[in-house]
Design a protein around this ligand. Structure first.
Ligand code: SF4
Length: 459
């Protein structure tokens, strides 16, 4: 089949530095099955004077069998616009939406946009069932029909089809700790000590074994799965050889979770160098879990090139951590901070305020905790209720959120801010006895007293 895959613009205030891995995986499995793929990666090729419409129509009217659009929740507006342009330009073409957006608000997409089908969850296998339907012309008038799937063995999927995307653009713009403005205002700045280091994000695992109530990744209880060490290291090597990448940031939610898997991965890095004469000059960073981190793990990670670990601490109040269902105690945090300071050159700790039951006292506990363990939070966010989270469900049950009122939902989604740096939905205090001004004062004080990085707003 002829397929057009589209990646909308993300974070228009910043340069593109995060490769669209999900779309890359879809492109890869489709190509391996002899389908013809065109990619329009608007996020990489963005130019101020060219609109979505201009780009799509300038490519000429090809006879596509279907068009796939990916997106995260904050790209809803762009996905809707692109789907409409495709409908107007390509006529009856079949439009499929995937990624976190389709997984968290499929009904909204099917009702309020030109999207014909949503792939809920992981699309690399089920996309072929959907293509069979397109070929056989069955189920196609039934817009309420989406797919749900989970891949059990991640090693059955080839690495993303980097060569079909403008991958070099992503490598040029530093990611994670190489981007020194990451948490200041989300824009891109080059690390003065490693100014020419080309970087890339990859995925080492999917899912997460935990169920924090504000997090939407675990929507289907699909479980935690890690790719084989060999496949991950091969991908890193491929990026080094083909794109001169020297730094990898693992974008998955919880790469440093399994000590056994981490050991296999670190050992494979050394084994690969032993097997080949390839000059390995790669450093990397990933997300960690404080209750899992220990000295043995940190030591082997450091030896294998790890330079930093990111932790979503979220609060320094045990009461708030329990409300969040974090499954950690503050002593886990104390130990993780101590170990990370000892072994890594870069640490990243994020916090959030205004969780259910937050008070003046619990905010103060968080500030005191940062001072006690001597850390500077990289960011302090306002709690934001994203669709697909346990928090969202709880508020639906309480009659505060209306997922089946699509006009309401659309307005709500369009207000959500990507990094929760401001309260864009004035009713985000559904559960609080405090005023908006009071909560904003918490934010100001937390940032001021801990010197947290995110002082500036996106422009
Ligand atoms: S916040 Fe982190 S630990 Fe909690 S469910 Fe999400 S990914 Fe897992």
């Amino acid at each position: 089949m002829n397929v057009l895959l589209i990646n909308p613009i993300a974070r228009s205030w910043s340069k593109p530095n995060c490769f669209p891995s999900g779309l890359g995986y879809i492109a890869s499995v489709l190509r391996n099955n002899d389908h013809h793929i065109d990619v329009l990666d608007f996020n990489a090729i963005r130019q101020e004077d060219i609109t979505y419409e201009g780009w799509i129509t300038s490519k000429g009217k090809k006879d596509y069998d279907w068009i796939g659009i990916t997106g995260i929740i904050t790209q809803y507006k762009d996905v809707k616009k692109i789907a409409k342009i495709c409908r107007d330009y390509f006529g009856n073409v079949f439009i499929i939406c995937g990624g976190p957006l389709a997984t968290s608000v499929p009904d909204l997409l099917l009702n309020n946009t030109e999207v014909d089908k949503c792939v809920i969850g992981e699309g690399e296998e089920v996309i072929f069932d959907l293509m069979d339907d397109i070929f056989d012309k069955i189920n196609l008038n039934h817009r309420k029909y989406s797919f749900v799937t989970t891949i059990k063995n991640l090693d059955t999927i080839p690495m993303p089809a980097y060569d079909l995307f403008p991958t070099s653009v992503y490598c040029d713009n530093p990611i994670a700790y190489l981007n020194t403005r990451k948490w200041v205002d989300g824009s891109i700045a080059i690390h003065e000590l490693r100014p020419h280091t080309r970087s890339m994000n990859i995925i080492g695992s999917r899912g997460c074994p935990y169920n924090c109530i504000y997090c939407y990744h675990n929507y289907m209880g699909c479980g935690y799965r890690v790719r084989g060490a060999k496949a991950i290291v091969e991908e890193m090597k491929y990026l080094a050889q083909n794109y001169n990448v020297e730094y990898i940031h693992f974008g998955d939610d919880c790469f440093a979770f399994s000590v056994k898997k981490m050991k296999e991965f670190c050992e494979e890095i050394f084994a690969m160098q032993f097997r080949s004469d390839f000059k390995w000059n790669m450093t990397w960073s990933c997300a960690g879990r404080a209750n899992v981190m220990n000295k043995d793990m940190a030591s082997m990670m450091k030896d294998a090139g790890c330079v930093g670990v990111c932790y979503g601490f979220e609060s320094g109040s045990q009461e708030m951590l329990d409300v969040m269902n974090k499954h950690v105690i503050l002593d886990n945090y104390r130990r993780a901070v101590e170990i990370s300071k000892e072994y890594f050159v870069y640490e990243d700790y994020t916090f959030m305020i205004n969780m259910f039951g937050e008070t003046d006292e619990t905010v103060q506990e968080s500030i005191d905790f940062c001072k006690e363990v001597d850390i500077v939070p990289s960011a302090v966010f306002f709690t934001t209720v994203y669709p697909g989270t346990k928090m969202f469900e709880m508020l639906v049950e309480q009659g505060k959120i209306f997922p089946n009122d699509y006009a309401w939902m659309e307005k709500y989604i369009l207000c959500l801010d990507e990094q929760g740096e401001d309260m864009k939905w004035s009713d985000m205090l559904w559960w609080s006895k405090y005023s908006v001004d009071h909560v904003k004062q918490w934010h100001k004080e937390f940032i001021g007293k801990t010197n947290a990085w995110n002082k500036e707003k996106h422009v």
